[in-house]
Design a protein. Structure first.
Length: 312
């Protein structure tokens, strides 16, 4: 059983479609801030589920503030457009949000599916950290937590060292990475290697329907990456985390490592410090760490992602 925690977001939207298209059982989607406010991300999530014909999936939203109340950026407008969906005009959903808040729902589902719940988190990690605050015992109940976030051996994408989902709420990230539950961290090291290309986008656009709507959502996101990479394409960060959590992509290299988060106010704020010294000769591997850091995942994601969206 899966639970997705996200900040929908263009690539979160694609990740939702990839997850739904897999047919994997999905207990709920919980929503946090990051790319946009939690309220906007929740609205976007409802619309994406409606687009996919899955308005039955329960959606709960979390709060708008970080664990310690420190300011976060509620805007990745340049990347995800003003509404977080790249300006793509998805139809409003007839479904409403649950009354239950996201952290409470996570706790409840961890108990209801004890030993079976796999959480995939593709936004800031505040909801998960709040759930751990409410009930630390869930760390022993959740089967696996797959996090899209961090930059182990590569630069950050918000600051020179910090990745967006970590810097959204560094204290929350530190709490989730240190909770003791089994974590698979899917950082920029690998997500920046899974790019949807313009030709893939064109196939979606030409197909119309759900795929055409997905292309409309993706359009400006490819323009943003064109400025970085030099051609129209875009990183499928969140969908890669979903594919790894589903077992569709088996990483070639995912060592266990202690991972700390810089929660200071200095230039390293939000940096993930993964202890990978065992890659040098002479250091013992940190076999006791419950965190695995994905450093290589070479099975292509995008062809199956595109086919899956075309199949809606
Ligand atoms: C992450 O940040 C967000 O902009 C994306 O949705 C993804 O989850 C990449 O750093
Ligand atoms: Ca995201």
């Amino acid at each position: 059983m899966y639970l997705l925690d996200c900040d929908t977001g263009v690539d979160d939207a694609v990740a939702i479609l990839h997850l739904l298209g897999s047919g994997a059982p999905l207990a709920a989607v919980t929503v946090t801030f990051g790319n946009v406010s939690a309220a906007q991300a929740a609205e976007n999530t409802l619309r994406v589920l409606h687009l996919a014909g899955r308005s039955d999936v329960p959606v709960a939203v979390g709060g708008e503030s970080t664990l310690d109340g420190s300011p976060t950026r509620h805007s990745a407008t340049l990347v995800h457009g003003a509404n977080g969906l790249g300006g793509g005009a998805l139809e409003p959903s007839p479904a409403a949000l649950l009354d239950e808040a996201a952290p409470e729902l996570i706790v409840r589902l961890a108990h209801e599916h004890a030993g079976e719940l796999r959480i995939i988190a593709t936004g800031g990690f505040t909801n998960l950290a709040r759930a751990l605050e409410l009930d630390p015992a869930i760390a022993g109940l959740v089967r696996e937590v797959t996090l899209m976030g961090g930059a182990a051996l590569v630069p950050g994408n918000v600051t020179p060292s910090a990745e967006a989902n970590i810097v959204a709420d560094p204290l929350a990230a530190a709490s989730v990475l240190g909770a003791g539950w089994p974590v698979v961290l899917v950082p920029l090291d690998v997500t920046m290697t899974h790019l949807i290309e313009h030709d893939d986008w064109q196939r979606l656009a030409d197909a119309g329907g759900v795929a055409g709507s997905a292309a409309a959502v993706l359009d400006g996101y490819l323009d943003f990456y064109a400025g970085i990479i030099g051609r129209r394409c875009a990183a499928m960060h969140d969908a890669l985390a979903v594919a790894i959590a589903l077992g569709e992509i088996e990483p070639e290299l995912a060592p266990r490592a202690h991972v700390e988060v810089d929660v200071t106010d200095g230039p390293g704020r939000g940096r993930t410090i993964a202890d990978l010294r065992h890659r040098y000769r002479g250091y013992a591997p940190p076999v006791d760490s419950p965190v695995r850091v994905v450093l290589e995942a070479r099975t292509p994601l995008v062809p199956s992602l595109v086919e899956r969206i075309l199949a809606f």
